[in-house]
Design a protein around this ligand. Structure first.
Ligand SMILES: [Fe+2]
Ligand SMILES: [Fe+2]
Length: 151
């Protein structure tokens, strides 16, 4: 799906993602990166100890917030692609849908308290974002730039 291997999630707000040339989408990417860091830190912490009720509530709340924000971001990107005739819209939407499915799967495991707090889970969001923004979102960035579209 994506070829670039993500480095470990950053510990600060310093961001390693491409500028896609559209300010509202750049800001959303920064917010997603900060969610990815928050999620990474929480899961890493939970790999080290027994998980209590308060931890579960924290995981539930953070994961729901992330799901909502990811969906809203994908919708904004897709709307803009359709409005501007981005030729790879269908392919790009498929990548979004596949990730939303993966997230929904994780959410149902969280809901059933059947999730493993592993290193893989801790970097799930960051690994996707890093590859997706840099390899895929940058393509619409290039397309808009060539067409002189900015926002
Ligand atoms: Fe994006
Ligand atoms: Fe995207």
């Amino acid at each position: 799906m994506f070829s670039t291997k993500a480095p470990p999630p950053p510990k600060s707000a310093h961001c390693l993602v491409s500028d896609v040339g559209i300010s509202v989408l750049n800001s959303q990417h920064l917010r997603l990166a900060s969610y990815a860091m928050e999620f990474n830190q929480l899961v890493e912490e939970l790999t080290t100890r027994e998980i209590n009720q308060k931890d579960w509530k924290h995981v539930d709340a953070l994961f729901s917030r992330i799901m909502l924000f990811v969906s809203a971001h994908f919708r904004d990107e897709e709307d803009m692609m359709q409005e501007n005739g981005f030729p790879e819209y269908k392919y790009h939407k498929k990548l979004h849908d596949k990730f939303v499915d993966e997230m929904a799967d994780v959410q149902s495991k969280i809901n059933n308290r059947k999730i493993a707090f592993s290193d893989k889970l801790s970097t799930l969001l960051w690994d996707f974002l890093y590859g997706h923004i840099n390899d895929e979102d940058s393509k619409y960035g290039e397309f808009y730039r060539e067409k002189g579209i900015s926002a």
